[in-house]
Design a protein around this ligand. Sequence first.
Ligand SMILES: Nc1ncnc2c1ncn2[C@@H]1O[C@H](COP(=O)(O)OP(=O)(O)OP(=O)(O)O)[C@@H](O)[C@H]1O
Ligand SMILES: [Mg+2]
Length: 228
Amino acid sequence: MSDVHLRLSGVHRHYGEGPTQVRVLESADLEVRAGEMVAIVAPSGAGKSTLLHVSGLLERPQAGEVEITGTPTRGLNERGRTLMRRLSIGYVYQFHHLLPEFSALENVILPQMIAGIDPKAAAARAQELLDLLGIGPRALHRPAELSGGEQQRVAIARAAANHPRLILADEPTGNLDPETSTRVFDNLLELIARENAAALIATHNHDLARRAHRIVTLRAGRIEPITL
Ligand SMILES: Nc1ncnc2c1ncn2[C@@H]1O[C@H](COP(=O)(O)OP(=O)(O)OP(=O)(O)O)[C@@H](O)[C@H]1O
Ligand SMILES: [Mg+2]
């Protein structure tokens, strides 16, 4: 199996048609390898979320190819894309989107149940991840009973639950204080190293971006390396 867990080749993503058309990605190319965290830093509206949606198979590009763990996805139907997302991709949103009526532990168990994992094994994996992220003692609390940083760590645990080869995160620390942001970001780095996953993280925070292995930006719809 290829160790390039995400490869974008010549990806175009436009919204709308005619004079109001917005061209967001124009021949975007990117590779993210196993064990590597790439940070994407670009101004608001540059297309970071679009890039993550396309990489996470939440949106289809109008042209180009998105390969996940070496598998081209252009020819997949919706069912195939859903399966690929479920098995290979973990997604962390800016606002965690945890299920409010379930505990932290249950939120991390659920995606595993959907993937057909035995409930006992799923619970053990969930507890292991919460422990790793330093929130083990909070496992039985509901999201509303957790701090913002704790909620975000549950969201990371949930994204990592099924051992995804690719973790995508859209400003995962966007609404946290600087100290908590650093802690959550370092948790994410540790997890990626441990699971040998690939990660693409959008952030506006330059200090955090510098902790990643590589930093890229979006310029005129293309992905370019930068140093901050
Ligand atoms: N569904 C859509 N329909 C039309 N235009 C869209 C749509 N989604 C995004 N856009 C436009 O595409 C451009 C890129 O948006 P995107 O959300 O990817 O930016 P971003 O870099 O994530 O910005 P931010 O830092 O504010 O989150 C913006 O100009 C936006 O208005
Ligand atoms: Mg965005």
